[in-house]
Ligand binder design. Structure first.
Ligand code: XMP
Length: 513
C-alpha cells in the first residue's frame, strides 16, 4: 500500500518531529529527512509537499545548512518554517539579515494579522497569537512573493508565491502556542498540496508490520518486556509481524504493582509467541536484603535484571534482532548531553552488549507517547496496558523507603492499589500524570479500637506534568483523599497514618528515592 507522502526536510530545529506528528494528525503520511539527502532520493519518494523546518543557523552564514537549488524548480509545493522561510527567501532573491535589537527580532507569543485570501490562512481567523522564535529578519521579500501576515514589530511574518506553491512563515505553526497552527498546516496539505488524507494509525501499523517482516525474514527476535506502554506496544507489533520467531522475556522481579505481572502475561496470550516469564522475586529480594541506599538498590536491580535476561536469552540460542521500545522523546533526551545525574535511571530499554545479536529494531522511534498508545489500541492491547502511567524500572523497590522486605512490599502493593482504585472511581486519571503510594520508613503512634498502635506512615504522591522534568503536585479533591485515607487505614494492616506529598519538582523529585 502506498500513501501520499509529505517530506519534512530537517535543518536542525527543535520541533522537527512535532511537525511530522502534526502532519500525521492531519491524516497524511510524513517522513523527516536530513537536509543533506540527495535530490534523487527525495524525488524517489514522490512527495506531494515539502516542509522546511526551523533551525538554529542564519542563512547568510556561509556554513549554514543549504538545499540543492534544484528543489525550487521541481514543482512540488514548499512550506518554509522559521529558518526554512528564510532559506526560501534567501534562495529566491530575497534578503535576510540579523534583526537589530528592539526591531524585528521576536520571541514568544506574538499577536499576528493574517491575509485570509492566501490559501495557507484560508477559512481561519484574521488575527491570532503565533509562536515566534527568530533573530533574523527578511529585509527584502523575493520578487513574485506577497506579504500575507504581519505583527506590530515585523511587516514580514509570512510570504507566499501561490503561482509556484511557495509559502514561508516566520513563526512555528506546529507548536500549541500558535493559535490555528494546525489549521494552517492542514491548509498547506489539503488546499495547496492536494492531499487526500489517506493515512491512519492503522496504516502505520500495516506498514511497520510489513517492514519488520521484510527485515527479519526467518530470523529470531528477542525483546525485553517490562510491562510498560512502550515495550508492550513494541512487543505486540513484532508479535503481529513475526509471531513465533519472537521471544519476549519478561523479568518479573517481584517489585511490580498488585497483579501487574499476571496482567502482562494475560495480555500477550493471544499471540503465538514465545513468552518467557522469569519469576525472579526470590533472587531480587535476596540481593536487596538489608540494602537501604537508593542508588545501591537501583544498581543491584539493574545488574540482576541484565543477568536474568541474559540467562533466558542464552536458552534461545543465536538471536538475530533485539527489539527496543525507544520512542521519539527518548531519542531527544539521549542527545541532551551531560546533565547532572540526579538519579541513575535504570530502564529495561537500555540493554547490554552481552546478548549477541545482529541489529536492533526500534519500531516506535518516530512516535510520540500518545501515538504509541493509539498504535497499542490498533493492536488491540487492553486499555489498562495502553493507558498505563509511567512506572520506574526498579519498581516498588524505590517506593519502599529504606530496607525492603516482602511484607513491606505487600503492604505497599495493597495501599497503592486502593489509591489507584479510588482515583479511577473519581474519574481523576486525566488530571494526574503519575500517582502512587510510598511506604515511608517512619512509624508513629496511633489508636485503633481501644488499643495503641505503632505502625507505618504511608505517603500518597501525585503529580501533574507534561515532561516529568518539572512537575506540580496534583490538587486532589479533599473528599477523594479522605476516602483513600479511610480505606487504607482500615484495609491495610500495619499502616496507621496517611500523608499527602505537596512538594513540586524541583525541589523534590517525583519518586521519593
Ligand atoms: P524523578 O523521581 O527523577 O522521576 O523525578 C522522573 C520520572 O522518572 C521515573 N523514574 C525512573 N524510571 N528507572 C526508570 O525507568 C528509574 O530508576 C527511575 N527513577 C525515576 C519516575 O517514575 C518519573 O516518571
Amino acid at each position: 500500500m502506498s500513501h501520499q507522502t509529505v517530506l519534512v526536510l530537517d535543518f536542525g530545529g527543535q520541533y522537527n518531529q512535532l511537525i511530522a506528528r502534526r502532519v500525521r494528525e492531519c491524516g497524511v503520511y510524513c517522513e523527516v529527512k536530513p537536509y543533506t539527502t540527495p535530490m534523487a532520493e527525495l524525488k524517489a519518494m514522490e512527495p506531494v509537499g515539502i516542509i522546511f523546518t526551523g533551525g538554529p543557523n542564519s542563512v547568510y552564514d556561509p556554513k549554514s545548512p543549504q538545499v540543492d537549488p534544484a528543489i525550487f524548480g521541481w514543482g512540488v509545493p514548499i512550506l518554509g518554517i522559521c529558518y526554512g522561510c528564510q532559506l526560501l527567501a534567501h534562495n529566491l532573491g530575497g534578503r535576510v539579515t540579523a534583526a537589530q535589537e528592539d526591531s524585528a527580532r521576536e520571541y514568544g507569543k506574538t499577536e499576528t494579522f493574517f491575509n485570509t485570501g492566501c490559501k495557507l490562512f484560508k477559512g481561519l481567523p484574521e488575527k491570532g497569537v503565533s509562536w515566534m522564535s527568530h533573530g533574523d529578519y527578511m529585509e527584502k521579500v523575493p520578487d513574485g512573493f506577497a506579504l500575507v501576515a504581519h505583527s506590530d514589530a515585523c511587516p514580514n511574518v509570512a510570504i507566499c508565491d501561490e503561482s509556484r506553491g511557495f509559502y514561508g512563515v516566520q513563526f512555528h505553526p506546529e507548536v500549541n502556542h500558535t493559535e490555528n497552527g494546525t489549521g494552517m498546516l492542514r491548509n498547506f496539505l489539503y488546499e495547496i498540496c492536494g492531499a487526500k488524507g489517506d493515512w491512519t494509525m492503522g496504516d502505520y501499523k500495516e506498514t511497520a508490520i510489513r517492514q519488520i517482516r521484510e527485515k527479519v525474514g526467518d530470523g529470531k527476535v528477542l525483546l525485553a518486556l517490562s510491562g510498560g506502554v512502550d515495550s508492550s506496544v513494541a512487543a505486540a507489533l513484532v508479535a503481529e509481524a513475526v509471531g513465533s520467531q519472537l521471544t519476549c522475556v519478561f523479568v518479573d522481579h517481584g517489585l511490580m504493582r498488585l497483579n501487574e505481572g499476571d496482567e502482562v502475561e494475560v495480555a500477550f496470550q493471544k499471540w503465538d509467541i514465545n513468552f518467557v516469564r522469569a519469576n525472579a522475586e526470590d533472587l531480587f529480594l535476596g540481593k536487596l536484603a538489608g540494602v537501604s541506599d537508593p542508588e545501591r538498590k537501583r544498581k543491584i536491580i539493574g545488574e540482576e535484571f541484565i543477568r536474568v535476561f541474559e540467562a533466558e536469552a542464552k536458552k534461545i540460542g543465536q538471536v538475530d534482532y533485539l527489539v527496543q521500545g525507544t520512542i521519539y522523546p527518548d531519542v531527544i533526551e539521549s542527545g541532551a548531553g551531560d546533565a547532572a545525574v540526579i538519579k541513575s535511571h535504570h530502564n529495561v530499554g537500555g540493554l547490554p552488549d552481552y546478548v549477541d545479536f545482529k541489529e536492533i529494531i526500534e519500531p516506535l522511534r518516530m512516535l510520540f507517547k500518545d501515538e504509541v498508545r493509539q498504535l497499542g489500541r490498533e493492536l488491540e492491547l487492553p486499555e489498562y496496558l495502553v493507558m498505563r502511567q509511567p512506572f520506574p524500572g526498579p519498581g516498588l523497590a524505590i517506593r519502599v523507603i529504606g530496607e525492603i522486605t516482602k511484607e513491606k512490599l505487600d503492604t505497599l502493593r495493597l495501599a497503592d492499589f486502593i489509591f489507584r482504585d479510588e482515583v479511577a472511581k473519581a474519574h481523576l486519571e486525566g488530571t494526574m500524570n503519575q500517582y502512587f503510594a510510598v511506604l515511608t520508613n517512619m512509624r508513629s503512634v496511633g489508636v485503633m479500637g481501644d488499643g495503641r498502635t505503632y505502625d507505618y506512615t504511608l505517603a500518597l504522591r501525585s503529580v501533574t506534568t507534561t515532561d516529568f522534568m518539572t512537575a506540580d503536585w496534583t490538587r486532589i479533591p479533599y473528599e477523594v483523599l479522605d476516602r483513600v485515607s479511610v480505606r487504607i487505614v482500615n484495609e491495610v494492616p500495619h499502616i496507621n497514618r496517611i500523608v499527602y506529598d505537596i512538594t513540586s519538582k524541583p525541589p523534590a523529585t517525583i519518586e521519593w528515592e
